[in-house]
Design a protein around this ligand. Structure first.
Ligand code: F6R
Length: 256
């Protein structure tokens, strides 16, 4: 596990985008695991810039998103499919048919979740998974108490998560869906590489628990401590409750 602490949100976004771009340049048909929420927006903006200004080619990549609300139509402005189309897919040259978001409207949720797992496997597994972290330590919608070996399934969202996300629903918690389909912690842990991003003081407690606390389902992100290749990139505020000191660059960026 590598932890790096950057000056600000712009720097964490650029580093994450650079790591993803490096992979895509090396492996044209890379399988990317993607996240929604406010944290990865800067990363997506930078990837779009790289596409437009540097010709970064997404035509061979395959993507799988972490999660989707249950019951929102795909065209609902707060659905994660809509979020991904607007903030990334519509602005790069990825083939739409190669982008996957869990189906929050499937008639048979269990079957649909199994099919999602099967498709990830069929595509060769996730090469890299981008993650944010919830204020309660969740990754994807694996809320505290989730099994560390869980797979894609439907989960009930906690009150804390619904409150945190009410800002996207006119600050009206009654409009926030109660359930979501989410990759499991086991699904995420199978990715070849993981990048976890966090910024802002409201993430400081969760980050401290995830990095320096015990591995526990109480803080789902703590499971990442046992992943073989995870880079956690924080801004100073998100890192403010960490006790140890961490470098500003991952080893891969060191000039020798
Ligand atoms: C989103 C996701 C969530 C978010 C987390 C942080 O696909 O899986 O776990 O990463 O809730 O959300 P933001 O970035 O909005 O603070």
């Amino acid at each position: 596990m590598e932890v790096v602490v950057k000056e600000n949100y712009d720097e964490i976004s650029k580093l994450a985008a650079q790591m993803i771009a490096d992979l895509i340049r090396k492996k044209k048909n890379a399988v990317l695991g993607l996240a929604t929420g406010s944290t990865p927006l800067g990363t997506y903006k930078e990837l779009v810039r790289m596409h437009k200004e540097e010709g970064l080619d997404f035509s061979g990549i395959i993507t799988f998103n972490l999660d989707e609300y249950v019951g929102l139509p795909p065209l609902h402005p707060e659905s994660y499919r809509y979020f991904m189309n607007t903030n990334l897919f519509d602005q790069i040259n990825v083939k739409k048919e190669n982008t996957n978001v869990p189906d929050g409207n499937a008639e048979d949720q269990d079957l649909s979740c199994q099919e999602y797992e099967d498709k990830i496997k069929k595509m060769g597994g996730l090469d890299i998974q981008l993650l944010g972290i919830g204020g309660n330590g969740h990754i994807a919608f694996n809320e505290p108490g989730s099994s560390l070996s869980s797979r894609t399934r439907t989960k009930t969202l906690t009150e804390k998560t619904r409150q945190d996300n009410a800002r996207f629903f006119n600050n009206d918690i009654t409009l926030v869906p109660k359930y979501a389909v989410t990759m499991g912690i086991g699904t995420i842990m199978d990715a070849g590489e993981i990048i976890l991003l966090a910024n802002g003081t409201n993430k400081a407690d969760a980050v401290a628990q995830a990095v320096e606390g015990p591995v526990s389902s109480h803080c789902p992100a703590s499971a990442l401590q046992s992943h073989k290749m995870v880079t956690m990139i924080f801004d100073k505020e998100a890192a403010s409750k960490l006790k140890d000191h961490y470098p500003t660059d991952p080893v891969r960026n060191k000039k020798v």
